[in-house]
Structure formats: structure tokens, C-alpha cells
Ligand binder design. Structure first.
Ligand code: G3H
Ligand code: PYR
Length: 208
């Protein structure tokens, strides 16, 4: 299930929401432009309301809860309607709880050892974060040999220009990033601008 979500589009917009009322217009603009999977980070008090609003209003959107840091947040995001969970990094104790979650989880890692620990708990699709400063596309290419069963969604420091170097790799179904949803555009309600950025991003192609 998680793999199919990650193959829906080349980019997962990562969004920090300050006003949950904007979330439906935002998700609609992303969906229309061809980006159905959206990660809402739990970095603001409005995040759960935003997840709930999108899940209820737009059943075709695949809304993920990001920045899940604590065990208690697992049930909160499931109750809000999140379709999958994302973490920026994954301490072993949290990973053990996440491995029992009722929805799919894409746990974050930044090293080979962290990736191996997560694989031993049954996770096959991992977030690689923060991607650009942790080795970028070269790191992902290097782990294809020793970790052939794992796929990664790199996030952190990626933009329209650098995304193709990641998407050309067979262990990268999609990338994540905030560049599609600038906070200023969200604040001013400029969903047309967000739609244009999203259309550019959805036009990126996975190499065959
Ligand atoms: O939560 C988002 C990550 O911090 C990635 O952000 P970025 O795409 O602006 O580097
Ligand atoms: C970095 C990210 O995607 C998260 O905070 O979950």
C-alpha cells in the first residue's frame, strides 16, 4: 500500500500549515496539478485539523502525517484520517511502536545503520532525511548494492532543479519537498501560484 502511494507522483509536497481553513484549497490545487499525496507536518497546532479536513473533503487525496515524533501521535493522526505516517528520524523505541501502527509508515533515516535497523523491523520504504546534506543522490546510489530491497523518498534540500538526479535512481520512487508550497503563498492564499509549482513538479518524470 505504501509503495503504491509513493508511486502516485514524482513529488510529495511537505507542508507546514498555519491555518487549517486553507488546507482544502491547498489540497485541491495540488490534486488538480497531479500531486495527490501530501504530507502535513505536525509542526503546528493546526496540523491535525488540516489532515482531518483534507481526508474528509478530498477522498482522492492521500494525506500523510509528517514529523511524527512521539508514540502518542500515532493514534492521533490515524483518528484524524491520515493515510500514512512519516517521521524525520526514527529512534528504535518509536520504530517498534510504528511497526504496529494500523496504517503504513515511512520512517526517516539518514545512515546505512539506521536503514538496516528499520529494515529489520519490517519497513521497506524509508524517508532519507535530510537528503542533500546527508549524501544526496550519491548516497542513495551507493546503498543500492548493499540494501537492494529498500526504497527511499529523499527529502530535505531538494528542489525542481535537483529532483531529477534523485528520480533517476531505481531505489527512489519519489522525492519530498517544501518548494511547491511556499509559506508566503499559503499565507496569502495564492493557490494559483502553488498550482503552477505543483504542475511543474508533477511534470518531473521517473526514469524508466
Ligand atoms: O519538512 C520538510 C523538510 O524539512 C524538507 O524541507 P525542504 O524541502 O525545504 O528542504
Ligand atoms: C522531514 C519530514 O518529512 C518530517 O518531518 O516528517
Amino acid at each position: 500500500m505504501l509503495q503504491s502511494y509513493l508511486c502516485l507522483a514524482p513529488v510529495i509536497p511537505v507542508v507546514t500549515i498555519d491555518d487549517a481553513r486553507a488546507s482544502i484549497d491547498l489540497a485541491h490545487a495540488l490534486l488538480e496539478a497531479g500531486l495527490p499525496a501530501i504530507e502535513i507536518t505536525l509542526r503546528t497546532p493546526q496540523a491535525l485539523d488540516a489532515i482531518n479536513a483534507i481526508a474528509k473533503a478530498l477522498p482522492d487525496a492521500v494525506v500523510a502525517a509528517g514529523t511524527v515524533l512521539h508514540r502518542s501521535q500515532i493514534s492521533e493522526v490515524i483518528d484524524a484520517g491520515a493515510k500514512f505516517i512519516v517521521t524525520p528520524g526514527t529512534p528504535v523505541q518509536l520504530a517498534e511502536h510504528l511497526s504496529e501502527a494500523a496504517i503504513p509508515v515511512m520512517p526517516g533515516c539518514a545512515t546505512v545503520s539506521e536503514a538496516m535497523t528499520l529494515a529489520s523491523l519490517g519497513f521497506e520504504a524509508l524517508k532519507f532525511f535530510p537528503a542533500a546534506v546527508s549524501g544526496g543522490a550519491a548516497w542513495l546510489k551507493s546503498v543500492q548494492g548493499p540494501l537492494p530491497t529498500l526504497t527511499f523518498c529523499p527529502t530535505g534540500g531538494i528542489d525542481l532543479a535537483s529532483a531529477p538526479s534523485y528520480l533517476s535512481l531505481s531505489n527512489v520512487p519519489c522525492v519530498g519537498g517544501t518548494w511547491i508550497t511556499p509559506r508566503e503563498a499559503l499565507k496569502s492564499g495564492d493557490f494559483a501560484a502553488i498550482g503552477r509549482l505543483a504542475a511543474e513538479a508533477s511534470g518531473l518524470r521517473k526514469a524508466a
